[in-house]
Design a binder for this molecule. Structure first.
Ligand code: SF4
Ligand code: SF4
Length: 427
């Protein structure tokens, strides 16, 4: 069967009236953080179900799409433009592998003092721990840190794995920008080889517009966190953001816009989850997987509210749009480079002043009382960059704290004490 571009856009659509979907509950590893949550928007159970179907419903959809000739492309970083993957007639899936068991299994391939995200990613594919990673037709990684660079080399050594690597410069000079743009041309060639589709001006334009619409919807949701009245918790926003991976992007944007309509009504009805003295927290740092949920939960259970996340599953990834003002594929790749290279301030860049500028700007926009810079254990680049983060925030008088987490961390007691002490200090 021949797959069309429309099949690709529809591959992960869900039937929101299907009673089976609606009966799907949030998996226990997420649900434990919502047990005491009150006053959630009425639409949240639908998003719970979308995350809940990750285990079976989504996998069934993905496998059916692949059996019909569709291609699945697994990605590992916020620098990888999903627009190119859709435009080449494939479905992208972020393979975060935020799983402590996978991370332990990864020790058969990499040293135990490697970041757990990388160890989990490698076992997800090579030990077939994750069915999505194991079944992906192509994997795309990047050379943001040494751990990932070596992991991709090990994966590439596996005869069954088709691994494509984007070489990421460490600075943001014009020559680096040109280098990244050229990497996008190479990525297109690779995608075309795998899918048999040609990336055209039309398919790339459509992809940029659809993913921009998804970003506009997420940005609309975030705008409710900027004011004095906040009708949705940080944990619920995290859950909605998590769903970007699990459903078709057009449908996702529609659902998030419906949620925002409900949030508008909640604001009108005066539903406010914060009080005047609730500490408003900005989270920053390296990707922390489920520990992100744990930390949001500890903050919100302790009387604070997470109102923004400068992370790779949140603002760093979705805030900036790609300019739609383009007359050619080259123009579109120029704008795509502007967003995915210039616009993502990962600690892999030195200097990384854009991240400090973002932290100060976001602190003002979201009326932040304190910043938590969270580091995933063994992530040296974010750990070291805390020097500049704390310096920039201290100079502006913004309270901040540096915390380290590991996948499957059992030090919640100690972490909770530090979080509570920080909230008390800034309250
Ligand atoms: S932190 Fe850096 S390397 Fe990791 S996903 Fe984000 S951009 Fe990519
Ligand atoms: S968390 Fe840090 S060490 Fe781990 S993959 Fe990302 S950048 Fe590399």
């Amino acid at each position: 069967m021949t797959i069309t571009q429309q099949d690709v856009w529809g591959a992960l659509e869900i039937d929101i009236n299907n009673p089976e979907l609606l009966a799907t509950e949030l998996p226990p590893q997420y649900a434990c953080y919502y047990e005491e949550s009150e006053d959630r928007p009425e639409m949240m159970p639908l998003f719970d179900s979308i995350v809940g179907q990750y285990g079976e419903g989504l996998l069934e959809k993905v496998l059916t799409y692949q059996m019909n000739g569709g291609k699945l492309v697994g990605t590992y970083c916020a620098h990888i433009p999903n627009e190119l993957i859709y435009a080449a007639g494939a479905v992208p899936l972020g393979l975060c592998s935020a799983n402590s068991t996978f991370a332990e299994m990864g020790e058969q391939y990499m040293p135990p003092n490697t970041c757990p995200l990388v160890r989990a990613s490698i076992s997800a594919r090579l030990a077939k721990a994750c069915p999505y990673a194991a079944n992906a037709d192509l994997l795309i990684g990047e050379t943001s840190c040494d751990a990932k660079t070596k992991a991709w080399a090990i994966m590439d050594d596996d005869a069954e794995t088709d691994m494509h690597v984007i070489y990421l410069p460490k600075r943001k000079e014009r020559s680096d920008f040109e280098h990244f743009k050229n990497e996008l041309y190479i990525m297109i060639q690779k995608l075309e080889e795998v899918t048999g589709f040609e990336v055209t001006e039309e398919s790339l334009r459509e992809s940029i517009e659809i993913l921009n619409d998804r970003r506009r919807a997420i940005n609309r949701m975030w705008s409710f966190r900027k004011g004095d009245v906040i009708p949705i918790s940080g944990k619920d926003c995290l859950l909605v953001q998590e769903c970007t991976n699990y459903i078709a992007p057009k449908q996702y944007a529609e659902l998030v816009n419906q949620l925002c309509d409900e949030l508008d009504e909640r604001v009108e009805r005066g539903i406010n989850l914060v009080e005047e003295d609730t500490p408003r927290i900005l989270i920053s740092g390296s990707p922390t997987g489920m520990q992100g949920w744990n930390i949001n939960n500890m903050i919100e259970q302790s009387g604070g509210m997470v109102v923004a996340e400068e992370t790779c599953s949140s603002l760093r990834l979705h805030e900036r749009l790609i300019s739609e003002d383009a007359d050619s594929i080259d123009d579109m790749l120029e704008h795509t480079t502007d967003k995915y290279f210039n616009g993502i301030h990962c600690a892999c860049f030195t200097p990384n002043v854009g991240r400090m500028d973002d932290l100060l700007r976001l602190s003002e926009e979201y009326q932040i009382d304190g910043v938590m810079d969270i580091n995933l254990k063994f992530c040296q680049i974010f750990d070291t960059e805390n020097y500049f983060v704390s310096k920039a925030l201290d100079e502006e008088g913004i309270p901040n704290i540096h915390l380290e987490v590991d996948y499957g961390d059992d030090s919640s007691g100690q972490m909770l004490t530090r979080i509570q002490a920080f909230l008390e200090m800034i309250a």
